[in-house]
Design a protein around this ligand. Structure first.
Ligand code: GDP
Ligand code: MG
Length: 423
């Protein structure tokens, strides 16, 4: 059985939290795209963890975790992240962590190029996490990437690295007027951080193909949300990978298998990190109140997140792009105490209202159409059954469910594993 847990919005919907909860019933959790620009927060009896590269199933000792071929992996970051988790008592061995030989390595020069480009763009910057993600995916498609499996063939890798650096240094020295990247430093970096993970490298597609045929339950964990997908998101303010569920079997190495179930994780209001159109955005005191209530600061970067009310148009589009079968609505508790709750029910452009998501400059020009729903003035974090919730909260859930045309199965009322309600 293949399920995907994916983001409906701009990312940071609480995917890590839902993967940690639902992976109890799964044998394998697979990250299939992105890199350490992800920040997936998991809070359970073991403590609080912010996972960047590691699949969120790593905290369950009986779950096998896979980093798929669709990922880009910064080896130094991986080394540190594994070290931190092991220090916290988490078991990580080649038995419960498998890294795809086809995943691409994110090197220090990718991070450097990301920073140089954001600085060159100045006010026109993308709002990159500066973790090298766009340059490394760019290199993948330029066929100038180094793959994890190359670490197992050092003689060939040496030659390959030299050729790549000759090419990369043209950009670094001539375009950005920066110092060239030295071969010896990069080779040392690859040895220092690559050697310790050699036993984890394998053909993860082969492993997953067999696991699926053996009737194992496999969960794909996406990074970011539908609105950051490279093809269907708010381009160019997207990430550089496909965040959508349809890509999961490809990024995991089993394009010969089909998804059975897509769980879309959707926030009860909107947040967005980085630049680009964010139609429902609110500012000033109202925004600050929501940001504070939701603790909306980036898990990977600490940046304050932009905030706004729930956006029906964007979320309905996200549900469609993800092909979500059911929704997990997160952070409902954050809305407690607001007298009335704004909802962005449509966009207005050139005097007309629409609930279809817009393209390019139309999206830039769109204005939000806001309606208000009645709030509830009590703490809902202890609610565990639908009937524990105040009627206004039920009404809000039903309203959103109808608006996005997808069944809400889980409602999360707190960051900890058990703080949720099943409908
Ligand atoms: P991800 O990137 O989708 O995994 O989400 P993040 O971890 O970046 O952001 C979600 C944040 O909200 C984290 O700080 C979580 O601990 C927290 N969180 C998740 N679900 C809930 C919830 O239902 N209520 C509250 N108050 N916090 C939540
Ligand atoms: Mg996050």
């Amino acid at each position: 059985m293949l399920s995907a847990i994916v983001g409906i919005n701009w990312g940071d919907e609480g995917k890590g939290r839902m993967v940690d909860l639902l992976s109890e019933d799964y044998d394998v959790v697979v990250r299939y795209q992105g890199g350490n620009n992800a920040g997936h927060t998991v809070i359970n009896h073991l403590g609080k963890f912010i996972l960047n590269l590691m699949p969120s199933g790593i905290l369950r000792p009986e779950v096998v975790n896979v980093m798929g071929n669709g990922m880009v992996i910064d080896l130094e970051h991986l080394h540190k992240e594994m070290g931190r988790l092991i220090e916290a008592g988490v078991k990580i061995t080649p038995e419960n962590l498998k890294i795809s030989d086809r995943a691409i390595i994110c090197l220090p020069y990718h991070v450097m190029q990301d920073c140089l480009e954001e600085e060159r763009l100045a006010d026109a910057k993308y709002g990159s996490t500066r973790r090298g993600i766009a340059p490394v995916y760019g290199d993948k498609y330029m066929k100038k990437g180094i793959r994890i499996g190359d670490l197992l063939q050092p003689e060939a890798l040496k030659k390959h690295l030299q050729g790549i650096l000759d090419w990369k240094n043209l950009t670094i020295t001539k375009v950005y007027k920066s110092e060239p990247v030295e071969f010896d430093a990069m080779w040392k970096w690859l040895e220092t951080y690559g050697n310790p993970i050699k036993d984890y490298i394998c053909d993860t597609g082969l492993y997953l193909d067999k696991a699926e045929k053996d009737n194992k339950k496999i969960m794909f964990e996406a990074q970011l949300g539908a609105l950051r997908d490279i093809d269907f998101g708010i381009y160019p303010f997207t990430s550089s990978s496909n965040t959508i569920a349809a890509y999961a079997p490809i990024g995991a190495g089993i394009p010969n298998h089909k998804l059975h179930n897509v769980i879309g994780v959707m926030k009860a209001y909107s947040t967005c990190v980085g630049e680009g159109p964010f139609t429902c955005e609110i500012f000033g005191e109202e925004a600050e109140a929501l940001r504070q209530a939701g603790g909306e600061y980036g898990a990977a970067t600490g940046r304050p997140r932009r905030v706004g009310p729930f956006d029906v148009t964007a979320s309905r589009y996200g549900v469609r792009m993800q092909g979500a079968d059911i929704i997990a609505l997160t952070k409902m508790d954050v809305l407690s105490g607001f007298e009335k709750i704004p909802v962005c029910v449509a966009y207005e452009i050139d005097g007309k209202q629409t609930t279809e998501f817009l393209f390019g400059d139309d999206l830039e020009r769109a204005k939000p159409v806001i309606e208000y729903l009645k709030g509830w003035n009590c703490d809902i974090t202890k609610c565990r059954k639908p009937q524990d919730l105040p009627q206004e909260a039920i009404d809000y859930i039903r309203y959103i469910e109808k608006a996005v045309e997808c069944k809400i199965r889980y409602v999360s009322v707190g960051a900890e594993r058990e703080e949720y309600i099943e409908f």
